[in-house]
Design a protein around this ligand. Structure first.
Ligand code: ASP
Length: 325
């Protein structure tokens, strides 16, 4: 019996059409979406399951975690080659990253979407879904974790980000570039996605919050969250992980309350490191007990802390999870 690819549809522009009165809204069922792609069922047998039909700003970490559970369970079956997730592009990199942290084994999981709806000229959902199924079925894609497949490119979940609000060339892996691409006759990979991590708790801790800082930011929002007793805080800092001196006291107070505080950077690539020792510098934050978030972007670090807290609340263990990345 030929092995199959499981297609889980979640919604997004790939499954939307223009309603003249309402604007672009969810309109296409999972089965209809798959049936609209010529040649898709010739690649390999597919099983379609509609997980949801929502715009991706409606996705939540809880839904992403549930989706991950369904995928991991399905991939245990011998007759499943891999999985494809169709998803809105707005939060696609978050779902892809969370799925990658949860993913065990070698079977490919490909996340795809579209920037143009079914009623637009040059709808890109058709080719993206076909490409994603081809990659999920490809032996070359095994062992590479969760892949984001759009616009003929293949990206690693931990590296990719949405860079343009409208262009079909929106998913990029700044600094790293794609892992490979989808060509007419084959799937081409040119490098391995190194540095993947695995975090597979029985449940996630959702009470983790992200504070984005800007020049002159003070401790107001950080104090508010710390006073609420949240379980974790991600700070999006600057450069090597530095914050305004006015935000540093809030970070110290949150740490003193026992809240794990992870420092990330607003630069698109590069690591947070304890280089600067001036007031608000990452060295002073680390000395105060903050965790430096490595290369992980703020939105991805938030999901990582949610999973990590599902495994441990021990400070050194959390530190290791972030600093090894
Ligand atoms: N707003 C849409 C969504 O994320 C964008 C898209 O799918 O391209 O659901």
């Amino acid at each position: 019996m030929d092995k199959k690819v499981l297609i889980l549809t979640t919604g997004g522009t790939i499954a939307m059409k223009l309603d003249p009165e309402l604007g672009v809204i969810p309109a296409v069922s999972g089965e209809d979406l798959v049936d609209s792609v010529p040649g898709l069922r010739d690649v390999c047998p597919v099983e379609v399951r509609e997980f949801s039909n929502v715009p991706s700003p409606h996705m939540t970490p809880r839904l992403m975690f549930e989706l991950g559970g369904i995928i991991e369970e399905a991939l245990r079956h011998d007759d499943v080659l891999g999985a494809v997730v169709t998803h809105g592009t707005d939060t696609l990199e978050e779902t892809a990253y969370l799925l990658d942290l949860l993913h065990a084994g070698d079977k490919p999981v490909c996340v795809t979407g579209a920037m143009r709806s079914g009623t637009d000229v040059s709808y890109d959902g058709t080719v993206n879904l076909l490409d994603a199924v081809r990659v999920a079925a490809a032996p070359e894609a095994r062992g590479k974790g969760v892949l984001v497949v759009l616009n003929d490119e293949i990206h690693a979940a931990r590296e990719v980000t949405k860079t343009h609000s409208a262009s079909v060339k929106t998913f990029e892996s700044p600094f790293w570039g794609p892992l490979g691409y989808v060509d007419a006759d084959r799937i081409v990979f040119r490098r391995e996605p190194l540095g993947r991590q695995s975090l597979r708790p029985a449940d996630l801790v959702e009470d983790v919050h992200l504070v984005k800082l800007a020049s002159g930011s003070d401790s107001l929002l950080i104090d508010f969250l710390a006073d609420r007793g949240v379980r974790g805080l991600i700070i999006e800092a600057f450069g090597r992980g530095n914050v305004p001196p006015t935000a540093a006291p809030g970070i110290r107070r949150a740490i003193a309350k026992g809240i794990p505080v992870v420092i990330t950077t607003r630069t698109h690539t590069g690591r947070v490191l304890d280089v600067y020792g001036y007031d608000g510098g990452a060295k002073t934050l680390k000395e105060a007990g903050a965790i430096l978030g490595g290369e992980t972007s703020a939105i991805k670090a938030r999901l990582k802390l949610m999973l990590a807290l599902g495994l441990t609340s021990e400070k050194d263990a959390l530190k290791k999870i972030f600093e090894e990345a």
